[in-house]
Design a protein around this ligand. Sequence first.
Ligand code: ARG
Length: 487
Amino acid sequence: MKKLRLLFTISFAAIVALFIVVSDGINNRIAAQTEYAGRTLVMVTSADYPPYEFRDTAAGNEIIGFDVDIANYIAQELEFELKIQDTDFSGIIPALQSQRADFAMAGMTPTEERRQNVDFSDIYYEAKNTIVALNGSNLQQPEDLAGKRVGVQLGSTQETAAKEFKGVTIVPLNRTGEIIQEVKSKRIDAAIIEDTIAAGFIANNPDLEFNTIENTGEAGSAIAFSRGSPLVADFNRVLQQMQSSGEIDRLVNKWFGGEPETTATASDSTFSFVRIAPSIPFILRGILVTLQFTALSAILGFIWGTILSLFKISTFKPLVWFATAYTSIFRGTPLLLQIALVYYATPQITGYNIPALLAGVITFTLNSGAYISETIRGGILAVDKGQREAALSLGVPYRPMMLDIILPQAIKNILPALVNESIALLKDSALVSTIGVADLLRRAQIVGAERYIYFEPLIVAGVIYYLMVMSLTWGGYALERRLQRSS
Ligand code: ARG
């Protein structure tokens, strides 16, 4: 059948594309830890923390900020190439442990607990914690927070600090922008945020205020390295030199001195899309990433699902057992968990530094294969038994019978279900944003962090997702009608 052949051609193309992604990743090999002069060192950060690190989405997609300037200075002194990788704050230590990055700068405070997992440089900057709350809420000191819900960044020293405050309910969230948004929508009463960060958020959100509190426990930012990294001494040497030459002071002044930048205006209403207008092209470019990802996973998932479904109807029992157990595991655990496992465990187990996009494609293929296999199995069983018997009695062997007679009919019948599965994939693809793939959702979040607002970029992303799903639905209908006609 022509259609099936076409399908396989497309699949083949998809596999070739996948290999390109993989080989790209091989160049990405884990950095050896010595003789870094002239080499590329990877720095991991969480670019949600202006002015330490954030994205300049209107001008390309660069990560800029206080930490980035320091890293660039060190790179110049030690003569290595600097490559910056973005992740959630709680993903930074795992990235160092799995050797995915050589060092981390993220306004990160050296704490006792972290020291058991990573090494730190000397402290290069001290900041103070503040309580951020709605204007007039009069939450000035930790004592005032008793009985309140308080937002903090997951895995941050602010979370540890808040645990010391009596009677507080802690709400840990992933990105700083989310925390601020929760305060604004009154779902939490306050947030604990560093002064340097808080200043920017306050300037951009006139309905908020902040009060500085005394540091309890650890404070200050340092550079983190994987345990036993030979880089520490050299980095410390450069940091010292930057302190004594006044370079650090100059950068502190550049990023923390003066009034924080604001895009807010007095006429701001609840929504102001104007504030994110310059960054919309940046969000739009996420469409390609999302589509590429969805297409690859859908095609590979379909192939894998077909194979699994054939296993399931096979008469060879071990194949049936394998396919059934497989499906049960992949349907029985959350997709988000599977992504995190593939992404973080692969380097640790195999030593291969799997790129985020590839980890996403693999997980989605494995996962949607499990679902699709059930759909296809149902489709095959629904094809009239007589066809099978007729084919067998005419002496058609198993393979051509399956490929040319049974599968094409099965697929035609389950087309709506397959379109459904692709739609689910398209939307679930947003989960790859958690491992740092710059897809549509991730880009919207990045813009939110940079512009200090939250809703507007998400609404833009939501509209785009909806339009994409609609096109997919119509495409599915059209295909269905054509198949119906050609039968
Ligand atoms: N200083 C705090 C800590 O070490 C917060 C740092 C958060 N950094 C970030 N890039 N989001 O836990």
